[in-house]
Design a protein around this ligand. Structure first.
Ligand code: ATR
Length: 281
């Protein structure tokens, strides 16, 4: 009998996750007989869930809120990137049953910028990126930008202490800046990234006049509901490159699929269109 490879996404709650659609699309596209299962596990059951993965025959899976830090603690081994970020979003069960934890949010964000802006975006950005927010997503993005060679990373967060904690990850490249100084910092920022929840459906918009950004600057948002946030609309209105949050979600899924199912999938327009249709109200 043909062996069916099993993978999963685990979270709590998990009903909203688009990951099953993404991986289901790729499984069909590649004609792979595998499953990608949506699994709801409460925090108190997460350790048993992880320990039971080899016996259940899982090749691995994705981990989402609220389990990313617990997955970091429970994995038998970590990639250097996951170790640095302190959170795991991808688990891979090895042939010996050992579980490796990775964080693919960082390379996912960078791959998305590369695909959207072209490979020379770090030069076009003039070496400086301005990051708004200092939560889990910002941690991955700061590490990703540093790996990609961005030399100056400015981090602004409403609660400045969290920005300072993030600077400690990349002390030679990153520095924290005051939220109130944003208007003054825009002229020197070639890439502006919103990692806060501002602009998300039901949240207030980010109140920032983009007029002072350089003409070649790009603006990226990690929010993808709505796909066109007020920030991205304002960037487009000024003729700036606008990079939406859906691409990061699609690209972060690539390394996991490749590790579990043995084929490297592509982030195509067809896949994007499928998820956009699902996100439509
Ligand atoms: P995640 O892990 O998904 O990045 P998080 O840790 O909850 O989520 O971080 C949310 C980010 O949005 C934080 O940087 C938060 O700022 P604080 O650290 O000061 O809480 C930011 N944020 C949320 N609401 C905000 C608001 N109204 N104004 C400015 N920043 C806001």
């Amino acid at each position: 009998m043909e062996r069916v490879t099993r993978a999963f996404v685990v979270g709590h709650p998990i009903a909203h996750s688009r990951s099953p659609l993404i991986h289901g699309h790729w499984l069909a596209e590649h004609g792979i007989s595998g499953t990608y299962e949506r699994i709801d596990v409460a925090p108190e059951g997460f350790s048993d869930f992880v320990r039971g993965l080899p016996a259940a025959g899982f090749a691995g899976g994705n981990v989402t809120i609220p389990h990313k830090e617990a997955a970091f603690r429970l994995a038998d081994a970590l990639t250097p990137r996951a170790e640095k970020i302190g959170a795991v979003n991808t688990l891979v069960v090895g042939p010996d049953g050992r579980i490796r934890g990775d964080n693919t949010d960082a390379p996912g964000f960078i791959a998305h910028l590369d695909q959207s802006l072209g490979a020379d975006w770090p030069e076009a950005a003039g070496g400086t990126a301005l990051i708004l927010g200092a939560g889990g997503a910002a941690r991955a993005i700061v590490v990703g930008l540093a790996e990609r060679g961005v030399s100056r990373i400015l981090i602004a967060n409403r609660t400045r202490g969290r920005a300072e904690a993030l600077v400690a990850l990349e002390p030679t490249r990153a520095r924290s800046v005051a939220w109130a100084d944003l208007p003054r910092l825009l002229p020197e920022s070639g890439l502006l990234v919103n990692t806060t929840s501002l602009g998300m459906a039901g949240q207030p918009a980010l109140d920032l006049d983009l007029g002072a950004l350089p003409k070649r600057a790009a603006v990226a948002d990690i929010v993808y509901v709505p796909l066109e946030t007020p920030l991205l609309a304002a960037a487009r209105a000024r003729g700036l490159a606008a990079v939406d949050g859906l691409g990061m979600l699609l690209h972060q899924a690539v390394p996991g699929f490749e590790a579990w199912f043995g084929r490297r999938p592509q982030v195509t327009e067809a896949l994007r269109a499928r998820i956009v249709a699902d996100l439509a109200p």
